[in-house]
Design a binder for this molecule. Structure first.
Ligand SMILES: NC(=O)c1ccc[n+]([C@@H]2O[C@H](COP(=O)([O-])OP(=O)(O)OC[C@H]3O[C@@H](n4cnc5c(N)ncnc54)[C@H](OP(=O)(O)O)[C@@H]3O)[C@@H](O)[C@H]2O)c1
Length: 242
C-alpha cells in the first residue's frame, strides 16, 4: 500500500532566517514558518534556547548571532549561504527596550538600544539583500506600534523604532523593482520577557507571541501580487492611541 503524499505547504522549498529567535515573538515565528514548510535558520545569542528550538523541528537550524556585532552577522550570513543557500524570507525581529526619562538614560543605554535595534537591522538586512533581490524575496521588520508614535519615558526605544520604520520604507523603495516585498510588523503590547526580562501573564491584556507569528505568516504567504506594507495591531486590552 502506498502512503498518501502530504499536501504541499505554502512555504515548502523556501529558506527563512529569523533573528531574535531564542524566545518571544522570534521563537513563535520560527515555529510557525517551519510548520508552513520553510527551512528556517534561527539566530540569537542564547545558544541553549536555540538548540532546544531546533530540536523540535527537523527543518529548523540554530546559529549563534549577535546582530549588533558586524563580525557575528558576517559569520552568520556566511554559514547560512554555505550550508543552506540563498534566503527567501528574512524576519528581522531581534530587539531590546530600555525605558525611562531622558535624564536617567545613559549613553550606554542609548548605544545598546540603537546598536541592536537600528544598527542590527541594517547589518542583517544588508547581509541578505542580494539573496532577497535574486529570489524576489520578502523582508519582515518587526518594529512596534510605537514606530509612529511616542510617550514620556519612551524617547530612546521609540526613537529606535521610528528609525527602523524609516529604514523599512527606504528599503521597500530600493527593492521594489526586483519584486522584493517589505512588511513592517507593528504590534502593540505582547506578553513576552521584553523590556525588563519579566514574562508578562496573558491576563495583562497583551497579545501572545503566536498572534504576531500568525500575522507574519499571513504576510509572507500572500500571493506575489500583494504587498503588505505594514501590519498594525493591538490587544483589545490596550487603549487605542495613534
Ligand atoms: N513585547 C512587546 O510588547 C513588543 C511590542 C512591539 C514590538 N516588539 C518588538 O518585537 C521584537 C521581539 O521582542 P520580544 O517581545 O519577542 O522580546 P524578547 O522575548 O525579549 O525577545 C527578544 C529576542 O531578541 C533577541 N536579541 C536581543 N538582542 C540581540 C542581539 N544583540 N543579537 C541577536 N538577538 C538579540 C533575544 O535573543 P538573545 O538574548 O538570545 O540574543 C530574543 O530572542 C523586538 O524587536 C521588540 O522591539 C515587542
Amino acid at each position: 500500500m502506498t502512503r498518501p503524499t502530504p499536501p504541499a505547504r505554502p512555504l515548502d522549498g523556501r529558506l527563512a532566517v529569523v533573528t531574535g529567535a531564542s524566545r518571544g515573538i522570534g521563537r513563535a515565528t520560527v515555529r510557525s514558518l517551519a510548520e508552513l514548510g520553510a527551512h528556517v535558520v534561527a539566530g540569537a545569542r542564547a545558544e541553549d534556547e536555540l538548540a532546544a528550538l531546533a530540536a523540535e523541528h527537523a527543518n529548523v537550524h540554530a546559529l549563534p548571532l549577535d546582530v549588533a556585532d558586524a563580525d557575528s552577522v558576517r559569520t552568520f550570513a556566511d554559514a547560512v549561504h554555505r550550508d543552506h543557500g540563498p534566503v527567501d524570507v528574512l524576519v528581522a525581529n531581534a530587539g531590546i527596550g530600555v525605558f525611562g526619562p531622558i535624564e536617567a538614560t545613559t549613553l550606554e543605554d542609548w548605544d545598546r538600544v540603537f546598536d541592536v535595534n537600528v544598527r542590527g537591522t541594517f547589518l542583517v538586512v544588508q547581509a541578505f539583500l542580494a539573496d532577497l533581490r535574486a529570489r524576489r524575496g520578502h523582508a519582515v521588520l518587526v518594529t512596534s506600534d510605537v514606530s509612529a508614535r511616542t510617550f514620556a519615558g519612551g524617547a530612546l526605544y521609540t526613537a529606535s523604532k521610528h528609525a527602523q520604520r524609516a529604514f523599512a520604507r527606504a528599503l521597500q523603495m530600493e527593492v521594489e523593482e526586483d519584486g522584493v516585498r517589505v512588511t513592517e510588523v507593528r504590534p502593540g503590547v505582547v506578553a513576552t520577557a521584553f523590556g525588563d526580562g519579566t514574562e508578562r501573564p496573558a491576563e495583562y491584556g497583551a497579545l501572545e507571541s503566536d498572534d504576531v507569528a500568525e500575522a507574519i505568516a499571513f504576510a509572507v504567504t500572500r500571493p506575489a501580487r500583494v504587498r503588505l506594507d505594514e501590519l498594525h495591531f493591538h490587544p483589545m486590552g490596550q487603549k487605542a492611541e495613534y
